[in-house]
Every structure is written in C-alpha cells, then in structure tokens.
Design a protein around this ligand. Structure first.
Ligand code: UGA
Length: 415
C-alpha cells in the first residue's frame, strides 16, 4: 500500500488489540508487543484473546506479528502506548502499565537516528504525557511524543475504529502530528489538532459527560418512579432536542466497565488535588454507586426474608456483546444477596468464565433455569433475554427488557 507505515502497538488489551487490528486492516505493517506470553501466543496463532465477534473475524483477514520483545519497535515508524490505566483506591490512576513500557521503549529507541513518533493512546490525566512520558525519550532527539485518545466502545470497537466520531491529535511537533494523522488517511471523520494536554482532557471530559448523562437520567428515573411517570418516554421526549441528544439516556442500574467509572473518579481526584471541588462529578459517581443498591431494596420488597432463598441473575457482563465484567453492577448486587444469606444462580452468554474468577461460590446455569428461582434480577440487556418466558415469575429489571413485563410480579429499577 502507498504510504504504508510500520507500527508497533505496545499493550494488547482491548484498546491495543483494536488499534493493531484496525491499522493492519488499513494496510500498515503492525507488530503487537505485550508481556503476557499467552496473549502473544494466541495472537500469533490468529486467535482473538477477548470475546468481540468482529475482532475474531477481522483477525482471520490480516497478519499481526505479536511479540514480547520491545526491540521489535526499533524497526517501526510509530509506536502506540496502549497500556491500561486502572484506578488506585483514592480514584487517581495508576500509570504502571504506561510508564513502564514507555521507559522500556525509551531504552530501545535510545541512540536510534531514525525519526520515531511515540503515541500515547492510553487514557491519562491531563499533564501526564508531558510530565511522565516525554521524559522517557529525552535523550533521543529524533523521537517525538503525541497523544491520540481513543473513543472505542467495547462490543463495537472495530466499527468505532474504522468510523471514529472524531480524530483527536495532541502534538507538540507538527511533523509527528502529520505522520500520526496520515495513518487515518481516507477516513471522513472530523479532525482536531491541538496541544497534548487538551487532547488528554478531551478524552476525560467526554467519558465524564457520558457518565453524567447516565447518572442524570437515573436520577430523573428515580423521581419518575415515585411519580408514576415512565422515564423511557421522558427520555424519548428529551432526545428529540439535538442539544440534548437521544443517546446515553437509558435509565437503569448505572454505568460499569473499565472506562467510565475509573475516568470519572480520576478526573474528580485530579480536580481535588488541584484544590477544586468537583461537585458534579462527585454527584455523578455517588448516584452511580447507589443505583445498584436500589435493586436490592426492590428485591427485599418482593422477597422480604432472603435467608435460604434462591435468587436468579440474568447478565453478568457490564453491558451486552462483551465478556468484560470489570465494574459490572452484578458485583455489588450479588455481594448484597450473598450477605443476606440467599443462594445465587446466574447466567450470562459470554461472561461466565470471567465472573467465575470473582465469584466461584455461586451456581452458573442456563437462562431458563435462572428464572426457576424465588426472584430473578436482570442486570445486562442481552438480546436473548427478550425471548424468555417470564410468565408466573418474580422479576426485577435493571435494564428494561420489555418481554419481562409479562412476569407475575414485575418491577423496574426506575420505572
Ligand atoms: C466507553 C465510551 O463510551 C467510549 O467512547 C470510550 O472510548 C471507552 O469508554 C473508553 O474510554 O475506552 P465502554 O466502556 O465500552 O465505552 O462502554 P459504554 O458503551 O460507554 O457503556 C458504559 C456503561 O454505561 C455500561 O455499563 C452501560 O450499560 C451503561 N449505560 C450506557 C447506561 O447505563 N445507560 C446508557 O444510556 C448508556
């Protein structure tokens, strides 16, 4: 391919893997680097290490060299740092999976006289790249660092990669910014070139705003429930206003996943560290933490004495079309049920292996069997739950599965 580049992608979690597959599909030569031997072996064998059907299919059509050897980056033009940034207990982010690889890459590139662009793709708090990543390359004058945040939703990540809502380039060197942008040639998305800190903040502000929309509609939903108003109809009525937008107004048990909870917490922690009082962010987080507890209140309303009872759980993933259970709302809900002395039977079409690592003590079974319990709670809106027979059952719905409304006793979390 004309203008084809050699790219290394460091860190092959969801973001790195999608970045690697996406650029390979665009005709670039891609080498993926990770310290996880099993992941490297799977990718080398053309096996997708996570469940996301489009990624598995795409891997059959392209070639990615996967390796544990950082030296491989030396032979490429651009390196993407894609390590995760998990939260610490105070909400701030841990940079160990970004700084460590950046240092290793810095050592590999030291003394190289070839121009190289390092791209921070990981979500890092504004200021991080300049403070912690740029210094890793201070002795390599031909290396420049850019920031290129991702807006990839799990479940549709490859589609989001191929058709990004926007391409954000944070740069302090125009030639490197140009080189990074050239990888996206042919894409019709809006482009914003800005400084490094601003690019970092765009990612945090975007995820925090999405989280705010969800907590906002959940708060409205909680009010609507008390007033006998259907919050889904309210959201439909609001969404026609383009200034508001119809997306991310699905009320329910709140947002989970690896990104929204950690990014809101990290931005709030950073704001506090700067002496600000991030009241909106803290309200968003607090509403989100309380929302799953409402499921437990509703459960106790229908099954007052939980001791010795069997409670069914439909859905364990933090959202459908993924096997990811990080910050899934199933976690606090199941903890609460177990603490009350009840047994739990759970179903998820994809996420059971991951959830079993967290809760080996509960029973995993089919969706129909889950409904054979004293009450069933819907946690994830998998499509197949629209085809179950809920007649005669007690169902508490955290995700608005209309078919479940045929249950003998049905109650929605905020409807
Ligand atoms: C999120 C963002 O949507 C992506 O743009 C971003 O790139 C990504 O984080 C990231 O930072 O890497 P993701 O975590 O895959 O993507 O999940 P979302 O689709 O945003 O959903 C997050 C949570 O919000 C889920 O638990 C979902 O069930 C919940 N949600 C979403 C609602 O409760 N209501 C809604 O209306 C929408």
């Amino acid at each position: 391919m004309k203008d084809s580049k050699a790219i290394s992608v460091i860190g092959l979690g969801v973001v790195g893997l999608v970045t690697a597959i996406g650029f390979a599909m665009k005709g670039h030569r891609v080498v993926g680097i990770d310290i996880d031997a099993e992941k490297v072996r799977k990718i080398s064998d053309g096996v997708c290490p996570i469940y996301e059907s489009a990624l598995g299919e795409a891997m059959k059509t392209i070639n990615i060299e996967a390796s544990m050897d950082f030296e491989k980056a030396l032979d490429t033009d651009i390196s993407f740092l894609c390590g995760g940034t998990p939260g610490n207990s105070d909400g701030s982010i841990s940079l160990r999976y970004v700084k460590g690889p950046a240092r290793q890459l810095g050592e590999v590139l030291l003394g190289s006289t070839k121009r190289h662009t390092v791209v921070v793709r990981s979500t890092v708090v504004p200021g991080t790249t300049e403070k912690a990543i740029v210094p890793c390359f201070k002795d390599s004058p031909d290396v420049n660092v850019c920031v290129n945040p991702e807006f990839l939703r799990e479940g549709s990540a490859l589609e989001d990669f191929m058709h990004p809502t926007r391409i954000i380039i944070g740069e302090n060197n125009k030639a490197s910014g140009d080189e990074l942008l050239s990888l996206y040639n042919g894409m019709k998305s809006p482009i914003l070139r800005t400084n490094i800190k601003t690019a970092e903040m765009i990612k945090y502000a975007s995820n925090s705003f999405l989280a705010t929309k969800i907590s906002f509609i959940n708060e409205i939903g909680n009010i609507c429930k008390k007033m006998g108003i259907d919050v889904y109809e309210v959201a439909r009525g609001m969404g026609h206003d383009e200034r508001i937008g119809a997306e991310f107004l699905r009320a329910g048990i709140g947002y989970g996943g690896f990104c929204l909870p950690k990014d809101t917490a990290a931005l709030a922690a950073e704001a506090r560290a700067l002496g600000n009082n991030p009241e909106i962010l803290e309200g968003v987080i607090s509403t989100n933490n309380k929302q799953p507890l409402k499921m437990l209140e509703l459960l106790r309303k229908h099954v007052p004495n939980l001791g010795g009872k069997t409670i069914g759980i439909l859905g364990l993933a933090f959202k459908p079309e993924t096997d990811d259970v990080r910050e899934s709302k199933a976690i606090p809900i199941i903890e609460g049920i177990l603490l009350s002395g009840a047994r739990v039977k759970a179903h998820d079409p994809r996420a059971v292996p991951n959830f079993r690592k967290l809760f080996p003590q509960i029973e995993y079974t089919g969706a129909k069997e889950v409904l054979d319990s004293d009450a069933a709670l819907i946690i994830t809106e998998w499509d197949e739950y629209n085809y179950l027979n809920y007649k005669g059952k007690v169902v508490i719905d955290g995700r608005r599965i209309s078919k479940a409304m045929e249950a003998k006793y049905y109650e929605g979390i905020c409807w």
